[in-house]
Ligand binder design. Structure first.
Ligand SMILES: NC(=O)C1=CN([C@@H]2O[C@H](COP(=O)(O)OP(=O)(O)OC[C@H]3O[C@@H](n4cnc5c(N)ncnc54)[C@H](OP(=O)(O)O)[C@@H]3O)[C@@H](O)[C@H]2O)C=CC1
Ligand SMILES: Nc1nc2c(c(=O)[nH]1)N=C([C@H](O)[C@@H](O)CO)CN2
Length: 235
């Protein structure tokens, strides 16, 4: 869609966000991605016409600086996908600092970006905001307590913004569980994680792109959470 406003995906230099950026470019969408750390795949996205903006969404200052850069880059947006995230487990060390970091990237940044950029989505055409939460919000997490709490906050923000921005802007969440392991995950960890869902597979990032595409294309879905969890709730 060469004349359609761009889709913004935060934290899309790797993994799920990168895959969604690639697939949306395949669809002919205009794409803007943010990155905190330069990664090899960013060159490919730039060659394909994506705009890349450096953004540290770990503080109010960093997020507001990004908002200014974004507003200078485009007058309108087709969608915002809040994908940037840190997955920090509880350790015996400091508790507050990781909690603050995840609060900032999972809650404060989406809150500020949605508030400051809503007008960019009000252009008369289809407009979406998508919050990437986590299936673990359903029941809490003993090992990723602060992570889960901040993702629960992101889920709540989705509901509030859906009510506030209707009918011009649809706002939804995607709640994944075990989409793509990290390289350092051990065989034992992987085997145990796969047993936690009814379907028992590591699906890969395409299922997240399919979920994003569904929400972008469906004009009658807002204020909802799309669970992409392989049936974890059945176990
Ligand atoms: N992968 C999975 O199986 C699951 C993923 N999810 C959710 O899906 C989304 C995508 O997951 P995944 O691709 O694994 O995510 P990653 O862990 O790969 O993180 C995505 C990006 O977020 C960026 N980021 C982290 N903190 C900040 C910050 N303060 N400012 C700017 N960017 C930041 C990272 O940048 P940098 O490279 O600089 O660190 C990274 O490139 C996330 O929201 C995640 O919580 C939920 C459940 C399962
Ligand atoms: N920012 C991230 N969040 C999450 C990740 C990740 O790699 N980065 N991974 C998971 C796991 O897949 C977990 O759901 C099961 O192992 C959760 N969130």
């Amino acid at each position: 869609m060469p004349n359609s406003p761009p889709i913004l995906i935060t934290g899309a230099a790797q993994r799920l966000g990168l895959h969604c950026a690639r697939r949306l470019l395949d669809d002919g969408e205009r794409v803007i991605v943010t990155y905190r750390t330069e990664k090899p795949a960013l060159s490919e996205l730039r060659e394909r016409g994506a705009q890349t903006i450096h953004a540290d969404l770990g503080s109010e200052t960093g997020t507001l600086a990004f908002v200014e850069t974004l507003k200078a880059s485009t007058p309108t947006l087709r969608a915002i996908v809040h994908n940037a995230s840190e997955w920090i487990a509880e350790t015996s060390g400091t508790l507050a600092q990781p909690f603050e970091r995840m609060f900032n990237v999972h809650m404060l940044a989406p809150y500020l970006i949605n508030t400051h950029c809503a007008e960019m989505l009000r252009h008369g055409g289809p407009a979406d905001i998508i919050h990437m939460t986590d299936d673990v919000v359903r029941k809490g997490s003993a090992k990723h307590t602060a992570y889960c709490a901040t993702k629960a906050g992101l889920e709540s923000l989705m509901q509030s913004f859906a009510a506030r921005f209707a009918p011009q802007i649809k706002v939804n969440a995607i709640a994944p569980a075990l989409i793509q392991f990290n390289e350092e995950d051990s065989i034992d960890y992987r085997q145990k994680a796969l047993l936690k869902s009814a379907l028992g597979i590591e699906p890969g990032a395409e299922v997240i792109y399919q979920s994003v595409r569904y929400l972008l294309d469906n004009p009658y879905v807002t204020g909802t959470t799309l669970s992409v969890n392989g049936g974890r709730h059945l176990k």
